[in-house]
Each structure stands twice: as C-alpha cells, then as structure tokens.
Design a protein around this ligand. Structure first.
Ligand code: COD
Length: 303
C-alpha cells in the first residue's frame, strides 16, 4: 500500500517519462509543476495554449521552452479540446488541466466525438495527506458529479475502488458519509449509504470493504465509533470517504487543505486515460503529485 505522496512519486518515476498534454499552459504554477515533473523524469510535455504567453511565462521562470512542443491556441476552451484530442489520438498518454475552469475541461473530456469517455460514469478523486492520519485519505466525488443518485454513487464507488488498486490498496476501506450512523429515513444520504452498503455485501460493488452510513467522527476514529456502540470494519482505518454530493465534498476537502494543512492531489476516474484535475489555487507540488498518480493509473491499466 502506498501511504504517502513520496512513495507515489518514487514509484511513478519508475514508469516515466510519459507524454502529457497540458490544456491552457500559459500559467506560472502550471509551468513550474510541468517543468518539475519533466526534470524528475515523470513526463515529457505538449503544451496547448497561448504560445506567446506560454513562452513569456517560461522565460520568467528560466524554463527552456524548447524542451516542449507547443501548440498555439489562444482560446482556452479550444485549447482544452485540442489537448483532449491529443490523448484521444494516442499522441499523449495523460491530460492535465491548466489555466481554465474545471467545467470547461470536463466538457471537453465528456465530448462524445473527441473526449475520453468510457461506458462508465466519470468521477473525481481528491487525494489528501493529512498530518494526523497515517495514510492517504481519498474524498470522492467533490468536483465532478453534482448530485449523484444511487446508481451514480455505486459507479463512483466502483471507480474509486479500482483507483485504490493502482495505489496497491488491495481491499480499500470505504466509509459512506452521512450526518448520522443510524438510518434516518428523512436523510437521503443515509438511505443511499445503507443501500450502497448492502449492494457491496451482495457483490454489486466489488473489491473494497464498504460501510455506511457513518458520521465522519465514527468513520475516522474507531474510539469514537466504539463509544457509540458501532462496530464497523472501516472505522479508524478508512482509505476513502464517499460524500453525498459535491458541496459537502468540496467544502470538506478544501476545509482540510486550508485549515488543517492537508496536502491535496486530484485525478478523474473512469476515463480512457488519466486526467490530472486540481484547482487553479493548488500549489505546483500538488500538481506534480497528481501527475505521479496519473502515471501510476496509466501503468496499472496498461499492465
Ligand atoms: N460521466 C459520464 N458522462 C457524463 C457525466 C459523468 N460524470 N456527466 C455528464 N455526462 C454526459 C451526459 O450523459 C451527457 O451525454 C453529456 O455528458 C452532457 O451531460 P450534461 O448536459 O448533464 O452535462 P454538462 O456538460 O452540462 O455538465 C457536465 C459537467 C461535468 C460539466 C457538470 O456536471 C459540472 O459542471 N460539474 C461540476 C464541475 C465543477 O464546477 N466543479 C467544481 C470543482 S472545483
């Protein structure tokens, strides 16, 4: 089991360099991350964006832009489409979001003709390293599916279980989060969690240990669960928390980043190729780590 980003990066270097296409490359934090990843032997980059601006950014950072192929596209959404197309056509193995909105890159990825869709639902995973937790904690879905129904949650769950296998977590422990741990019929998150739990028991979702509903305290702390008389196979050892909808997940993950110094990374799941998807405000190191995660996914799926 890979328990830290250091282990993730070390492992990913072993599989690199892979070709990454960067959608809207004209931003300092994006280029710092891409250059760092290139120097570490993780990637070679195709930069799709405003060529003049990208070169200006590179020069300001003492980055030799000649080390990259640059495809000139000033319009950010068009840049996203071109970057996606490079992956679709096999000229790049990974896609990375640069200086554009999440919804724009998602729309390009979802495009029926040029996108990276599979038959699966696409979802997002935030991977967090917290000071007080000894392994990585994955939050899903805090960035793509707005208000997933039960069927969609089952697919989000299966996506994240498959992703955990890339991190060598053989049987990931997953807590289905709600506000309480007893099924309250007035709380839709509880009902979905109870159904998902049963679906996992019956083999409709495979490869992980799934339990819920659980309130966050009982998910993250075994002591707290036992105090309430809950004997859950995941309490205190969760690898993944499944959140009820995007707002809960997004506020939760960003709260941990800004108030508890959690270090984040982010990737899309269920696509034909890895997509690195982090917030524009995330530090370059988060982007490098997300690239490393993408490389592990790529290596796992092609093995
Ligand atoms: N997986 C697979 N296919 C999907 C998915 C998905 N998760 N979502 C939509 N589709 C397909 C639909 O079946 C349809 O064929 C097509 O894509 C368009 O569907 P719409 O019209 O429902 O989707 P859009 O294009 O209006 O919106 C899709 C987004 C992913 C852009 C939208 O859900 C969204 O804005 N999500 C939140 C993104 C965001 O702002 N995140 C902020 C995090 S920092």
């Amino acid at each position: 089991m890979l328990k830290s980003f250091e282990e993730v990066v070390e492992k990913a270097i072993h599989y690199g360099p892979k070709v990454i296409s960067v959608a809207a490359s004209q931003a300092e934090d994006v280029m710092i991350a891409v250059e760092q990843a290139r120097k570490m032997g993780l990637i070679n980059g195709i930069l799709v964006g405003d060529r003049e601006e990208t070169i200006r950014v590179c020069k300001g950072l003492n980055i030799e832009h000649q080390n990259y192929e640059i495809i000139n596209e000033k319009d950010r959404y068009e840049a996203a489409r071109k970057a996606v197309k490079l992956v679709r056509e096999g000229q790049a193995e990974l896609l990375m979001k640069g200086m554009l909105g999440t919804d724009s890159i998602l729309k390009a990825v979802l495009d029926k003709d040029i996108g990276l869709r599979t038959k699966r639902l696409l979802s997002h995973a935030y991977i967090l390293k917290l000071k007080k937790y000894e392994k990585l904690l994955i939050v899903t879905d805090a960035a793509m599916n707005i208000a997933p129904n039960l069927e969609q949650k089952a697919q989000i769950l299966q996506n994240v279980i498959n992703f955990c296998h890339c991190l060598e977590i053989e049987k990931p422990k997953i807590a289905l989060l709600a506000a309480v741990e007893l099924v309250n019929p007035d709380m839709p998150a509880c009902i979905d969690a109870a159904c998902l739990s049963k679906m996992a028991d019956r083999g409709q979702i495979t490869g992980g240990i799934v339990d819920g509903p659980l309130a966050f305290d009982n998910a993250i702390s075994r002591e707290s669960a036992l105090q309430k008389g809950i004997d859950s196979p995941v309490s205190g050892e969760v690898d993944v928390v499944l959140v009820p909808e995007i707002e809960t997940g997004n506020i939760f993950a960003k709260g941990l980043v800004y108030l508890a110094d959690a270090e984040p990374a982010g990737v899309l799941l269920g696509t034909t190729a890895p997509v690195i998807l982090v917030s524009r405000s995330d530090q370059p190191l988060s982007k490098v780590r997300s690239i490393a995660l993408g490389i592990l996914m790529s290596a796992y799926y092609s093995s």
